[in-house]
Structures are given as structure tokens and as C-alpha cells.
Design a protein around this ligand. Structure first.
Ligand code: PRT
Ligand code: ZN
Length: 621
């Protein structure tokens, strides 16, 4: 309960008679609740993070504590229960993209008392003839009596629901903390059906975790304070109407009101500062294809990077339980835009889609030679090539057309779903005004068959689709070689907290990508040939010999330099128990290299060559 406005006595009496008011808790009710034990009151406080998509705390209506502690503070159990309520809420489809926002938590007993005194004086002046008790009740409807107040215990919170997708608070009928209207009453009939539903749902999410609601303010909930104890006490009584509830069975409060001096230590403690600095709740969002060619491999990379997603891929948003990552499932064509707009921090998408999107937005862009270069400044960058979903954008013509060279395209029509890339390609080859582009969304390869186009520009991977439709590549032109890439939003990538998480994720992905290329190979070899065999194996580790894959050379070099006996290409020789003249040699190498040297190894009487997949490879430089 909070707020300092009050109405005239007539209004007060009128309201008091109103049915709605009957559900309100009187100050005298709360005075009858037993105060908390020292034991339960020992529980500490926790500062709510002010960022992220879990529960966060942001002062909104009442800012009287803001200068004392910039973060909203609540009891530790309250924080845990808020997190549980937030998670439970996100399981409901219509609340998947929502989060609980706490707009007020702990208030110092000093502030509570000062506000109480101020209103008390005013009310007393207005109604000099009222009894002390009556005045206290009137004041209590405006501001809680300090001795029974919830916010100073750290157990009471004011909560709203925010939709981070829509970037807006849900409609609750009134603003949080607005006590100038009786529509703040939970059961107010004057608010919309939507607002009523939101109020009821918020109450359900909170009460399922053991919070008590307050009928006077739809946003106010508490745990462990006297109001909470009174609420659950009454509930128990209602459930056992004919039984007497013994004094020791009565629900007691858990927390007492605290002066700021008593908790200021917490507000300024190491733990508090740490939690503010690390912003424990900072999470990053990755957009991936919902259902398509890239989905399986993408999820597999995440899984092999040790990231557990809580929801099946059907959901729109899935949270990793063990890593600060949330995954958005969307159509692949939307991914570059979501990352550009910063709705997602990262995205996994085909280069074809990425460049088609970027070239659309880049002014004065064009292909330079055989390479693409875009002048426009993009809000996203490529972080990694992921090596799957490989294909290329090719130019194909009907076999029977007799077209052999680019100049044969003059006056012809090209069907494609890659308008921007096609246009740039034509421009670079001076054909822009001489060839007509026909945009089609799918089944591009049938366009020539039905005489809708004379050529096509489409993705090719095995080439069987072209074959089936009697098409051949013109000049074997690859307009763009493509594979899936991990892209990031520039702003996210430069944010200190997000960068840390992105780097941690990249480290895991790198370990998976590196491991995927290599096998662990174990073999038995005669000890007499040890040196010769090891030379062959170690010789392979020369970076020059492995240069068919440039992307990993740098990592390889680092591995070789680290003098780690289990590093790639360094053979480890172990004795074979019971066979004194035989060694067991282990080495990590590419399978293709192993096949290349097996004839040599055979000559040196190596036998039992076993090779295994590597799950991952973590390297600390
Ligand atoms: O529904 P959503 O919009 O998310 O998916 P989508 O239908 O747009 O894309 P999807 O799932 O078909 O492909 C996703 C990504 O996979 C593409 O953007 C490419 O980066 C990559 N990829 C890799 C391919 C192919 N290989 C591929 N062969 N995408 C499409 N094809 C199609 C191609 O368009 C042609 O119709 O397969 C046919 C040719 O295959 P081959 O093997 O016969 O040559
Ligand atoms: Zn409140």
C-alpha cells in the first residue's frame, strides 16, 4: 500500500460503504497478527536487477527510495518467488514474451513513518472529533500504519507485467501506483475485460507462489508481512469454519519492518554492488529458423555447446536454463532484420538471406569484381561461419536453350527470389537494363518450363533439382557461395555485459566446430618404429599441410604453440601393458589425413587403428 492522496470524509464514508471496500483489510486486523520471530526476520535482502527479460525492478510511481538505493530491494525469498512466478507466467503462450516488473519493494521505516505522520496530521485537523482508532483507520486507507506496513519489511512488492516484444506494459485499467481513482481496486468494474483478465492472471501467477494479494491495489502483493499472515490466516479459517484454530496454529508474520540504517549495509554491500555490476540477469537473444533446413543443425550446435533449451522448438521463445541465452524461433527471412533492429542480439542464417537483405538496404552498393562489397553501413556483423547449410546461388538455363555465355542473356527474363543479388550481379556485368528480372517466391526452377522465364538464379546444393528440370548452370557461375553464419547486432556486440556472454557462447561454438573437424585416433605400433611413426603423425600437424581450411589455422597455431601434449597433431606414446615391444599411440587429426597416411603406417606395421568423434575441444591460451 502506498500513496499520499486522500479524499473528503464524505467520499471516504461513501467508499467505506461500498461493497468493494469490504474486502479491504483494516489496520486493527493487522494489529491482531503476531509479529515475526527473530529467526525468520534474519533473512537477508536482495537487490533486483534492472535489466534482462526475467524479473526486473524499476522504480515507477513512487521514487522515494531511489536516492537511497537505485535498485529495488526485497527479501531473498521474495526474489526467488518472483523469479518462479515469472517463469511460470512465461509458460503460458499468451505471456511468453512478457516479464514481471517490480515497481516498488522495500521502503525504509523512516520514510513510511514520515509519510504516515504527515497524513495523520492532515486527517486529524479535518476530523477533530473522530476517535483515535477511527482516524488511524482513515489514514491507513491512504498509507499503511508503520507498525503493520508491508513495504518496510521487504516482503511487499508492487508488480506489473511488461511485454518486451511489444515494448509496452499490459493493460491493467490504471497506471501502477495511481491512487487517484477507485479503479485501482482489484475488483473495480469500470475497467475493460482485458484489464480484468490481466489483473486476474497477475494475481494467479503471484498467489500460486505464495504471495497474498491486496484488494485495494491490483498491483500490490506481499509475502511474510502481517498482511500476508492475515490473508492466509483467514483462508485457513474459511477452510475449517467449524474448528477452533489454536493460537500456536495461527499464521505469524515472517518479517519485521526495518529502518534504512538496519539494511543500508545490504544496499551498499559487496554482494549488492557485485550483482549490479554483473547484472546477473543480462541475457542475450538468438534468432534461429523455426522450421526449415537450418533448424536441426542449429539446435544441434547449441546442444553440443552444452546449452539446454527448456522449451520444444514449437514455441516462439525458448530460454536456456543453464546459460543466459534465449532463443527466438522465426522464419529465416526475418532473421537479418530482427538482428539489425536489435530485437535479437544474434542470429543464425544463410549467407544468401543475409546478403540479400543487406544489399537491399545499402545505398550505392554493388558487386566489385567477383567479390561482393557493400558500401552501406550495416547494424550487424558476421561473427562466425558455421560450416553447414552449404549451397550457392547459381545461374541456370534450359539445356535446350543453347545459351552459353552471359551475353546470351540480353533481352531475356531471369526468374529468381533473390532480386537484390540478381540486380547487383547484372549491374556488375553491365546487363542491368538488358535483362528483365521476374520475382517469384518459390519453385523458381519450373519457371523456364512454363515459359515464364528464360533463365533462373536460384540456390543449388546437389544440383539434382536443376537436372530434374532440364536446366544447366551457365558457365558454372557462382553468384554467391553460401553457408550458415552467426551474425550479431553491432550495439549488442559492443555492450560490455552482452559481449561477455557472446564471447562465452562463441568459445563453446568454436570448440564444437573445431572438434567436428578432427578425430581422436588410437593405434598400436611396434616400439622399434616409434620415432618414424611419430614423425609421420607429427609432420601432419604442420599448419601448412592442414591449410585446406583457413578458418581454423589460427586456432591450430595457438594449439600447437601451447605445448599441450593432447593438442592436435602431437602424438602421445603410451606403453602397451603386457606387450613390451609395442606402443599405444594417440593423436588428434583429420580423418582425411589419416586415410592419406594409412599406407605409410601399414608399412611400419601399425595395427588396430581406432578413431573416435570428439565431443568438444576447449583450449585455454
Ligand atoms: O520457412 P522459412 O522462410 O524459414 O524457410 P525457407 O523455405 O525460406 O528456407 P529453407 O528452410 O528452404 O532453407 C533455409 C536455408 O538453407 C537457405 O536460406 C539456404 O541458406 C540453406 N540451403 C542450403 C538451401 C539449400 N541448401 C537448398 N538446396 N536452401 C534451399 N535449397 C533449395 C533450393 O532453393 C532449390 O529449390 O533446394 C533446391 C535445390 O537443391 P538441390 O540439392 O537439388 O541442388
Ligand atoms: Zn504496494
Amino acid at each position: 500500500m502506498a500513496g499520499t492522496s486522500y479524499n473528503s470524509k464524505d467520499q471516504y464514508i461513501h467508499e467505506k460503504d461500498m461493497k468493494l471496500r469490504q474486502s479491504f483489510v483494516l489496520c486493527s486486523h493487522l494489529m491482531s497478527v503476531e509479529d515475526a520471530d527473530i529467526e525468520t526476520d534474519r533473512e537477508g535482502f536482495h537487490a533486483l536487477p534492472d535489466m534482462g527479460i526475467g524479473v526486473i525492478g524499476k522504480y515507477r510511481a513512487l521514487r522515494d527510495m531511489e536516492s537511497a538505493t537505485p535498485n529495488i530491494i526485497v527479501r531473498e525469498s521474495v526474489y526467488k518467488k518472483l523469479c518462479a512466478a515469472d517463469r511460470a507466467m512465461k509458460k503460458r503462450p499468451e505471456y511468453q514474451t512478457c516479464q514481471l516488473v517490480v515497481t516498488y519493494g522495500y521502503r525504509s521505516l523512516e520514510i513510511q513513518t514520515a509519510l504516515w505522520n504527515q497524513i495523520y496530521e492532515q486527517i486529524k485537523m479535518e476530523y477533530p472529533e473522530e476517535s483515535e482508532n477511527e482516524i488511524r483507520e482513515i489514514v491507513h486507507t491512504k498509507i499503511a500504519y508503520p507498525e503493520v506496513a508491508g513495504h518496510p519489511t521487504g516482503g511487499a512488492v508492487d508488480v506489473v507485467i511488461y511485454d518486451f516484444e511489444k515494448e509496452a506494459f499490459l493493460d491493467f485499467g490504471t497506471e501502477v501506483g495511481d491512487l487517484t481513482t477507485t479503479d485501482a481496486y482489484y475488483q473495480s468494474d469500470a475497467v475493460s475485460e482485458t484489464a480484468k483478465k490481466h489483473r486476474a492472471d497477475l494475481r494467479e501467477f503471484m498467489c500460486k507462489q505464495g504471495f497474498a494479494p491486496y484488494d485495494g491495489e491490483w498491483w500490490h502483493f506481499s509475502y511474510g508481512d502481517r498482511e500476508w499472515a492475515y490473508y492466509y490466516q483467514r483462508r485457513a479459517e474459511r477452510q475449517r469454519p467449524n474448528e477452533e484454530i489454536l493460537p500456536e496454529e495461527r499464521v505469524k508474520a515472517l518479517y519485521r519492518q526495518k529502518k534504512f540504517s538496519q539494511i543500508s549495509e545490504i544496499a551498499h554491500s559487496e554482494k549488492y554492488r557485485l550483482s549490479k555490476e554483473i547484472k546477473e540477469e543480462t541475457r542475450i537473444r538468438l534468432a534461429v529458423q523455426k522450421d526449415g533446413r537450418l533448424t536441426e543443425e542449429t539446435l544441434s550446435i547449441l546442444e553440443r555447446s552444452g546449452i539446454e533449451l527448456t522449451r520444444g522448438k514449437r514455441g516462439f521463445l525458448s530460454q536456456a536454463g543453464n546459460f543466459p541465452l534465449d532463443v527466438l524461433f522465426v522464419r529465416d527471412d526475418d532473421i537479418p532484420n530482427l538482428v539489425e533492429a536489435g530485437v535479437a542480439d544474434l542470429g543464425i542464417v544463410g549467407q544468401n538471406v543475409y546478403w540479400e537483405n543487406r544489399s537491399a538496404g545499402a545505398p550505392g552498393s554493388g558487386i566489385v569484381g567477383e567479390n561482393f562489397s557493400w558500401a552501406g553501413k550495416s547494424k550487424s556483423v558476421i561473427e562466425r561461419e558455421l560450416g553447414f547449410g552449404k549451397c550457392f546461388l547459381g545461374l541456370a538455363v534450359p539445356k535446350s536453350s543453347g545459351m552459353k555465355a552471359l551475353k546470351d542473356l540480353v533481352g531475356k527474363r531471369i526468374a529468381t527470389s533473390y532480386h537484390n543479388l540478381t540486380e547487383q550481379f547484372l549491374e556488375v556485368h553491365g546487363l542491368k537494363d538488358q535483362v528483365e528480372i521476374i520475382d517469384i517466391a518459390g519453385s523458381v526452377e519450373v519457371a523456364p518450363l512454363i515459359n515464364y522465364a528464360d533463365a533462373i538464379i536460384d540456390l543449388v546444393s546437389t544440383g539434382s533439382s536443376l537436372k530434374q528440370n532440364n536446366l544447366i548452370l551457365l558457365n558454372n557461375i557462382h553468384i554467391l557461395d553460401s553457408q550458415s553464419i552467426l551474425i550479431s547486432n553491432r550495439v549488442s556486440g559492443n555492450d560490455r555485459e552482452k559481449r561477455k556472454i557472446i564471447d562465452r557462447l562463441l568459445e563453446r561454438i568454436d570448440s564444437y566446430l573445431l572438434a567436428k573437424k578432427y578425430k581422436r585416433v588410437v593405434m598400436n605400433a611396434p616400439a622399434v618404429n616409434r620415432a618414424e611413426i611419430c614423425d609421420i603423425l607429427a609432420g601432419l600437424a604442420d599448419v601448412k599441410d592442414l591449410s585446406d581450411d583457413d578458418s581454423c589455422n589460427e586456432e591450430l597455431r595457438a594449439m600447437r604453440d601451447c605445448q599441450n601434449p593432447l593438442a592436435i597433431g602431437i602424438p602421445v606414446v603410451l606403453p602397451s601393458y603386457g606387450f613390451e615391444n609395442w606402443d599405444t599411440i594417440q593423436v588428434i587429426m583429420k580423418l582425411s589425413d589419416l586415410w592419406r597416411i594409412t599406407p605409410e603406417l601399414k608399412k611400419l606395421r601399425v595395427c588396430n587403428i581406432l578413431f573416435y568423434d570428439i565431443e568438444g575441444l576447449i583450449n585455454f591460451e
